[in-house]
Design a protein around this ligand. Structure first.
Ligand code: TXE
Length: 487
């Protein structure tokens, strides 16, 4: 298998012969070769995108919307095939890829496809004149993806960008090259002009080429804070627009009156879904001292029952970590937690066999870990681990926990569990985070804006809010009288 680029409506290995091997996280067997784009490939992609942009921007919103909705139906019709490809690339359970990844991508295309005809400016009645505004496209937008939700991230960027009349060049993470190509094929079959959605494969150097290219008007990244800062600096040099969806170290606060079973479910969702490789995860779980022991007991019991194993098995609940390198990074954090005096209550080891007794020693599997006796200053409580590692902390008062929850440079998400809704809203309003939940966690309907405060990002994805980030506003004053002039 060769993971090629998709430029001007067709798969192409491009002009650069350089490539590397993509591995299946579940067994580290090679999946195929990934092409690395060079500047000639980028030039070809930009020229093709520019050509498509000229055609696409002259279409009506309704015409654009029809293509997006047709592409959504094509993705849904290939659900199983694309889900399996995502599972092989990411290592996540097939149950997740089937339930979330492909359908949330299709949801985004449907939502923005349905909205495209409604993207318009405003009218202003003025004295002897009137004014109007137009929401005009930016031009060629570049999307740069992370490896945890490849097709969802590609669609969360492509859908609003294309609905607004832009074209897009998308670079998936070098660790997950497969499913962005499926999205590109779906757009072509849905009637998009060749070049409307180009895919270029490669590592950070290819991403940097997109950031620096003068023909590209906007950059939208999903990735780490450190990459976000590099991209922001590069984009600012040309005053390009940027959307940054970056990392987090989010608090999940459980008050003493919370429904414990639901709160434990949410804490597990917020730390172990997709092997904990989710940016908005609630990895600092603050539990009121009055219910701490009972909560911890239930959490430990249920965590140890998670079915860890072969991601392609529909019964599996937790799969493999994306790469050996990332698994080693998570293991270093686990060692740091132990050496800093926290108690590793369960997990954090590499199992040799899975829940059905199959040998999984060749894959990147880590048993879900819970740390107790944690302190806010510990590295495991301050740094993003991006793995199945939950830190539980106790608290006494509302004021105390709000202060500790906000004591981080991150600000992506936050969650609160309480049956006192007044308190729920009061606390959430004081938490410095962009995407929040009361009595649930990590539910991201396309209708709601997604994005972070502080170092967790800039701009928003999803909802009407995304339109602002993929259009520029033109205002036009129309004189109905004469020009009044002192000359
Ligand atoms: O990120 P990286 P990863 C975050 C998550 C974690 C990280 C994991 O919190 O921190 O992403 O993803 C490209 N110029 N989110 O390891 O390394 C690189 O090739 C241009 C947040 O993939 O930052 C890849 O395609 N591009 C999120 C992409 O950037 C560069 C959801 C991300 O790589 C580059 C998911 C450079 N200098 C993960 N260096 C959210 N908030 O929505 C790398 N890249």
């Amino acid at each position: 298998m060769i993971y090629t680029h998709f430029i001007d409506g067709a798969l192409t290995t491009g002009l650069n012969r350089r490539s590397w091997i993509n591995y299946n996280p579940a067994n580290n067997n090679p999946l195929g070769e990934v092409c690395q784009a060079n500047d000639e490939d980028i030039e070809a992609a930009v020229n093709s995108s520019e050509k498509a942009f000229q055609i696409w921007k002259s279409k009506t919103g309704a015409e654009r919307g029809r293509v997006l909705i047709t592409a959504a139906n094509i993705l849904r019709s290939r659900l199983e095939q694309i889900a399996l490809s995502e599972t092989q690339d990411v290592g996540k359970p097939i149950s997740e890829s089937l339930a979330v990844d492909v359908s949330s991508a299709a949801d985004a295309l449907e939502y923005f496809g349905g909205m495209a005809a409604g993207i318009h400016g405003e009218f202003f009645d003025l004295k002897n004149a009137f004014g109007y505004t137009r929401r005009e496209p930016l031009g060629i937008c570049a999307g740069i993806g992370a490896w945890n939700y490849p097709i969802q991230i590609a669609a969360w960027k492509a859908a609003p960008a294309l609905a607004c009349g832009n074209s897009m060049i998308f670079k998936p993470s070098e660790l997950t090259p497969a499913t962005a190509l499926e999205l590109a094929k779906a757009f072509m079959e849905a009637g998009a002009p060749p070049g409307l959605f180009n895919v270029v494969q490669g590592d950070g150097r290819v991403g940097a080429m997109l950031v620096d290219h003068p023909g590209i008007a906007k950059i939208s990244l999903t990735g780490s804070v450190s990459t976000g800062k590099k991209i922001f600096a590069g984009a600012v040099a040309q005053l390009k627009q940027v959307t940054l969806e970056l990392g987090g170290k989010s608090p999940l606060i459980i008050f003493e009156d919370a429904d414990i079973h639901n709160a434990v479910s949410a804490a597990m969702l917020a730390n172990f879904y997709t092997q904990g490789e989710v940016c908005s995860n609630g990895t600092r779980v603050f539990v009121n001292r009055k219910i701490f022991d009972n909560f911890l007991r239930q959490l430990k019991d249920r965590t140890e029952k998670i079915r860890l194993g072969d991601p392609a098995d529909p019964d599996t609940q937790m799969g493999a970590i994306i790469s050996k390198a990332h698994m080693e990074k998570i293991t270093r954090f686990i060692d740091s937690g132990k050496s800093s005096g926290a108690t590793l209550l369960t997990g954090g080891f590499r199992p040799g066999k899975d829940f059905k007794g199959r040998d999984i020693s060749s894959g990147n599997f880590l048993a879900p870990a819970i740390f107790a006796d944690c302190d806010d200053s510990m590295e495991i409580c301050r740094e993003e681990i991006f793995g199945p590692v939950l830190s539980i902390l106790s608290f006494d008062s509302e004021e105390e926990v709000i202060g500790r929850a906000n004591n981080t440079p991150f600000g992506l998400s936050a969650g609160v569990f309480t049956n006192d809704l007044k308190r729920g809203h009061r606390v959430i309003h004081q938490l410095q985070a962009g995407t929040c939940w009361i009595n649930n966690y990590n539910i991201t309907p396309i209708e709601l804006p997604f994005g972070g405060y502080k170092q967790s990002g800039q701009g928003r994805e999803n909802s009407l809010a995304a339109i602002q980030h993929y259009t520029q506003l033109k205002s036009v004053y129309v004189e109905l009288g004469n020009v009044e002039s002192p000359y």
